[in-house]
Design a protein around this ligand. Structure first.
Ligand code: OFO
Length: 167
């Protein structure tokens, strides 16, 4: 059984994962409107992946006999006006998400909640992948821009498969 503070932290993160999914969905729509269906598809896949993250928090809370609650979320506004800026903003967002996950890990460590620590390990690994993913994408976009290969890269991004599991 988890303590009240852990419950609150997990529920906040559950809602943040739902926010992430909506943020990437908004990015996907915006990018589609710029004539980049491949990148739009790629971001849509990412939005779906964030739902898997939210579901993992949901399932874990239920397994700990507490009830996950969806709360009101802020408007997932996308301010970027081009594909490179969106990618850089997404990377910054994932760096912030990594910090959020680490804060929960810190608390579970302090409170000797080994089950929650174990549960969070897959998110510690996942966040390394997520930041790396956007870092690589940023590099690819920069290279493609210099060589005029945005169309080719957009085509490649359109081939991303949906993830069916995390970690
Ligand atoms: Fe759920 O990892 Fe991105 O935000």
């Amino acid at each position: 059984m988890i303590d009240k503070k852990t419950y609150d932290l997990l529920n906040v993160q559950f809602n943040k994962e739902l926010y992430s999914s909506s943020l990437y969905r908004n990015m996907s729509a915006l990018v589609a409107s710029w004539g980049m269906p491949g990148f739009s598809h790629w971001l849509n896949c990412h939005s779906e992946e964030e739902l898997l993250h939210a579901k993992a928090f949901y399932d874990y809370m239920l397994s700990q006999d507490v009830i996950p609650i969806v709360t009101a979320m802020p408007y997932p506004e996308v301010k970027a006006k081009d594909y490179l800026t969106i990618t850089m903003e997404a990377k910054e967002f994932e760096i912030k998400t990594t910090q959020d996950i680490h804060e929960i890990v810190d608390y579970s460590h302090k409170s000797k909640d080994y089950a929650t620590m174990e549960f969070l390990q897959m998110f510690v690994r996942e966040q390394v992948e997520e930041v790396d993913l956007f870092n690589e994408l940023e590099d690819k976009f920069k290279l493609a821009k210099n060589g005029g290969g945005i169309y080719v890269l957009d085509n490649e991004l359109g081939k991303r498969d949906k993830e069916t599991k995390i970690g």
